[in-house]
Design a protein. Sequence first.
Length: 324
Amino acid sequence: MSFMPKSVRLGVVMDPIAAIQYAKDSTLAMLLAAQARGWTLFYMEQRDLSLRDGIARARLRPLTVKADPARWFELGEPRVEPLGDLDCILMRKDPPFDTEYIYTTYVLERAEEQGALVVNRPQGLRDINEKVYTAWFPQCCAPTLITRDMADMEAFLREHGKIVCKPLHGMGGRSIFVLEQHDKNMNVVFETLTEYGQRFAIVQRYLPQIAVSGDSRVLLIDGEPVPYALARIPQPHDNRGNLAAGARGVGRPLEERDRWLAGQIGPALEAKGMMFVGLDVIGGFVTEINVTSPTGIRELEKQFHIDIAGQLMSAIERRLAAAG
């Protein structure tokens, strides 16, 4: 027989809540949706987490959120509690995915073993690099090379004529380069990204559709796609389809190709406990699989009057009931 707590105790690990962008922050949308269901909210930053004799703990602060751009949160007095006593923990700390992020997933994995549902699952956060994991779905992707070898990167450029070059650890459009054949910056770009052959980097065939239709974010909840995507259209003087880099967000209904991509990738992500994921799609090809703290909720909810955050909370309820 399934069991649901009368009031779900939901913790969130995130960057400082005072510094978020009220109108765009997907974590705030999730918290507002959870609070609307009568759930009790608790706030944490990475510095609040600890392990004591194998027990995952945190300095929890009761959290109240408000749909008010002038004052969107209030925090109560902190108290230390075992994380396993929470029903669910949202891991919404933004990248970079560094060693501190990995240590955080260890703490959260112990919390998971001690009774909390962690969204997204800590092991999956460690296993699924947002750029490298596309290699598990080559049928969904444009030609891609991950290497340290600068000569191989140059050969890839000769083969495709125009390529996108990125570090494996980047986010928000940082350190993304577009190269064409005979570009005099080619060597310095390859040297910078690989640190002269000491680090892996990723190069992909350039997809010209980004200039017109943008880089679309397709959101998956428990493996199923939200019916609308957020197309991020680059500025005329820029190649990057990232909102953080100045791209313009325009919602659109999913296309048949989007649904096919979701059907190829979604079930594998669901099986790994990735309950909220963002696929980046350009010209019908997946370029990244975002699992750390995907965004796009607020923009799509505003444009299409849908409740994406509420759908995620419903999925969490189903998981908690099944775990009963």
